[in-house]
Design a protein around this ligand. Structure first.
Ligand code: F6R
Length: 620
């Protein structure tokens, strides 16, 4: 939530910062702003409510020449404190206008800090928590023990803040440096030739360098064109972890597609293949990082999967496989509920935390709660070095590449694949599957990129169908067994992209209430189990369809190729390849992604940036 970028180097900072913001806009798009040090003693700031395009228009009006300078920073906001209007857009300045601050996170004690400043006669001009930091840093720099020392001033202020924050600060008297601080919210450093970057995500600077450095918790960094210096909040030099980004600019660009999401849907075979690559070595499943012993894995007697949104649905899919393969009980829980209900956790509990961003606040807090209770935590994450994997005992990275569209697509499929590998790793450690069985399951997984590619080759018909549904008031989704989480995911995609009422149900629940919703013409999407793999459920599902068809529903049926039994019950039939039962969600989800995207496009909505949402949710 909120994207921030800072730059010091040899280029015009405004260009670098605006380009960076464009690639971070997925993090928030309520307002955007920039600050550039235009000379000793001068700071040019512009900010505008709405999308980045509004800020760019404003910069053109003012004249970009007014922003000449080689040190600067920018922000794209997802509003927390105060509505998305110009005065609440970042950067915020202190009363002298000499300090500018951008912020991602929430400063929980901001009301007390604000009251203190107001009591001292400071006039605050915004509703934000961030502005208090600008005033505090301005004061710390102007007087007292940290006078004239910007990093020390920021460190002193950090000691006074509670909550989660990444802060980037510039001061007119320090035209060649940018200072930043990090607690819980993300910040990475980009190291180029004669230029240095800080940003919420490497996508902001990938055009210039793929050499990055991951900051730790409670660290302050000073960047200039020659490099960086990192300390803890007490000023002691701190350790950081350099890494090389394994994707390039083309991955962070649309590549001819109208929307990132459409490109990301197409990239799913590659995302799956990249996620599986290198994890089956010498007949064994291997994780990326393991700070727990094999004995710890053998000792696991219960599994929780904790996650939010689509990541949670990926956990629901995996539950069927992990229980089947390991005979361990698996509970899948929304991360936001997990730690508030006192779950029973101990050393033999494995908590699998699934998060694309690796920074979702609810999931991160669930991880912390689990570790406090001595449970082991295994992270499934798409972002190298993010906070959730850093705080976990083991990590399996999904290699979906950057996902810019706010609605998760390729990361979701990659999460399913990774969660299934976690299941196989447990089965192998516990001996509930023989090595040849693990190899067979992995080989079936390895065939899935081709199966997904096949689905993608047939979705034109789904697009047409999507356009025909654009005026519907609501759509229901039904599934059984692994088709149930697919139904939930299909409904979530439709809600978030098309702002259409959508609900996913376990088909067996229909007669316990939801069937009352069925009326003439209501579209109902049904995810059919395989007639061979789950014959009993298939038969039950056929009965469910005929029940709703009898009540006037328009049935849109996703069924395995060659499933003739269901054809008479389908007003619309979408065929998907026959794949092993537990893997069907990987092929069944794809048409539903395409369907939602097309309905949203037909309704005239921005598929990449649905209203009110942001890609990574760093507040609870
Ligand atoms: C839905 C979607 C969200 C995320 C959720 C978790 O399309 O993208 O529901 O899945 O916010 O995000 P991560 O995986 O970053 O923890």
């Amino acid at each position: 939530m909120c994207g921030i970028v800072g730059y010091v180097g040899h280029r015009q900072a405004l260009d670098v910062v605006v380009d960076g913001l464009r690639r971070l806009e997925y993090r928030g798009y309520d307002s955007a702003g920039v600050a550039v040090v235009t000379g000793p003693g001068t700071l040019a700031v512009e900010r505008k409510a709405g999308r980045l395009a509004n800020l760019e228009n404003r910069l053109d009006e003012v004249g970009r020449g007014e922003f000449a300078g080689t040190a600067g920073m920018g922000h794209t906001r997802w509003a927390t404190h105060g509505p998305p209007v110009d005065r609440n857009a970042h950067p915020h300045r202190d009363a002298t206008g000499r300090v500018a601050v951008v912020h991602n996170g929430i400063i929980e004690n901001f009301a007390a800090l604000r009251a203190e400043l107001e009591a001292d006669g400071v006039e605050l001009t915004s509703d934000t928590d961030t502005e208090t930091v600008a005033h505090l840093v301005g004061r710390a720099y102007a007087e007292g023990p940290t006078k004239g020392d910007l990093p020390a001033s920021l460190r002193a202020v950090c000691h006074r803040l509670s909550g989660a924050f990444t802060l980037v600060v510039t001061h007119v008297d320090e035209p060649d440096m940018i200072v930043a601080a990090r607690r819980s919210s993300p910040l990475v450093v980009g190291v180029g030739e004669g230029e240095t970057f800080v940003a919420s995500d490497v996508a902001a600077f990938i055009e210039y360098t793929r050499d990055a450095v991951e900051l730790g918790q409670d660290q302050v960094i000073t960047i200039d064109r020659d490099g960086y210096l990192v300390t803890d909040f007490d000023g002691e030099e701190a350790q950081t972890r350099p890494f090389h980004v394994d994707w390039d600019l083309s991955a962070a660009e649309k590549g001819g597609h109208e929307y990132f999401m459409l490109k990301e849907i197409e990239e799913q075979p590659t995302a799956l293949a990249d996620t599986l690559r290198g994890h089956f070595v010498d007949g064994r499943i291997v994780l990326d990082e393991q700070r727990m012993t094999d004995q710890d894995l053998r000792d696991v007697d219960k599994v929780f999967v904790v996650a939010c949104g689509s990541a949670y649905h990926s956990g629901l899919v995996a539950k069927y496989a992990i229980e089947h393969w390991t005979r361990l009980p698996v509970e899948v829980e929304l991360a936001s509920e997990f730690r508030y209900r006192d779950p029973v956790l101990d050393r033999a509990t494995l908590v699998v935390a699934v998060s694309q961003s690796g920074e979702t606040a609810d999931t991160l807090e669930a991880v912390r709660h689990a570790r406090d209770q001595k449970a082991r935590v295994l992270a499934v994450c798409n972002t190298n070095g993010a906070q959730i994997p850093r705080e976990s005992d083991a990590v399996l990275y999904t290699h979906a590449g950057p996902e810019i569209g706010v609605a998760s697509t390729k990361a979701f499929l990659a999460q399913i694949a990774a969660n299934l590998m976690v299941g196989l790793a447990l089965a192998q450690a516990r001996g509930t599957k023989y090595s040849d069985e693990v190899a067979r399951e992995f080989a079936e997984l390895a065939a899935m990129p081709a199966a997904v590619a096949k689905v993608l080759g047939t979705v034109e018909r789904v697009r047409e169908l999507g356009r025909s549904l654009a005026d519907s008031k609501a759509v229901l989704f039904l599934g059984r067994h692994v088709g149930y989480p697919v139904a939930l995911e299909g409904a979530l995609k439709l809600k978030e992209l098309a702002y259409m009422h959508a609900e996913g149900f376990a088909a067996g629940e229909l007669k316990h209430g939801p069937i009352a919703l069925i009326e003439e013409g209501l579209p109902v999407v049904i995810v059919m189990p395989s007639p061979k793999g789950r014959a009993v459920l298939h038969a039950k599902m056929v009965s469910n369809i005929s029940e709703i068809q009898a009540r006037g529903a328009r049935t849109i049926v996703l069924a395995e190729e060659g499933d003739e039994t269901v054809r008479p019950f389908a007003d619309e039939l979408i065929e998907i390849p026959a794949v092993p039962t537990l893997l069907q969600p990987l092929v069944a989800t794809v048409p539903l992604q395409v369907l939602s995207a097309e309905i949203a496009r037909a309704r005239g909505y921005d598929v990449d940036k649905p209203r009110n949402l942001a890609k990574s949710v760093t507040v609870e």
